[in-house]
Ligand binder design. Structure first.
Ligand code: HEC
Length: 165
């Protein structure tokens, strides 16, 4: 009796397996049919989603060993693409976007400004925006950099170097 019920159970388990395998196959082929029908173009790699900037494609080829260099390159790229419009290419606060702003962006070349602010303050305003540090709300935050402290650090360095030029 126990042998019979074991066999029965075995057959049952097998049937379940066959059935579910068939179900998975059906799902898979339904999915494949769907894909080829609606969108023949290959989907773009997912990592690009967060970073619409072209250099994102270079990330896999730049291994961790070049960490500092790539963080620096990324910071410079971010300054050019996100900050320059207001702060100007040399940080003088004369970017095209600055005309409409009140207060105007600070002149990073001004030694008095450089002395007045700490690295931490610069890092905070870059990440969290003007409001968070009691400054103008027109200075935007960059919340995507919260997980990239090394890039924030390099952006602070970029701001500091503009003060030395
Ligand atoms: C839309 C225009 C705009 C953009 C884009 C912008 N800023 Fe600003 N930023 C401002 C304005 C305006 C101020 C001045 C705020 C104030 O004095 O109240 C400012 C202030 C600053 C300050 C000085 C903070 C202080 O205490 O005086 C730093 C540093 C700074 N921005 C860095 C950056 C960096 C780095 C970027 C790019 C990641 C950036 N900003 C992008 C408008 C902008």
């Amino acid at each position: 009796m126990s042998v019979r019920s074991e066999r029965k159970a075995g057959i049952h388990a097998m049937a379940v397996r066959v059935l579910s395998a068939g179900f998975v196959l059906a799902l898979a082929s339904a999915g494949a049919g769907c894909d080829s029908g609606s969108a023949p173009a290959p989907e773009p790699a997912q990592p690009a989603a967060e970073e619409p900037v072209a250099p994102a494609a270079e990330e896999p080829t730049a291994p961790a060993a070049a960490g500092d260099t790539s963080a620096r390159a990324e910071a410079e790229e971010i300054f050019t693409t996100r900050c320059q419009t207001c702060h100007g290419p040399e940080g003088a606060g004369d970017g095209p976007g600055a005309a409409a702003l009140a207060p105007k962006p600070r002149n990073f070349q001004d030694p008095a400004f450089q002395e007045a602010v700490s690295d931490e303050h610069i890092a905070n305003i870059i990440q969290f925006g003007g409001v968070a540090v009691g400054k103008s709300p027109t200075m935007p935050g960059n919340p995507d950099l919260a997980s990239r402290p090394e890039v924030v650090e390099e952006l602070v360095a970029v701001v500091r170097e503009l003060g030395r030029s």
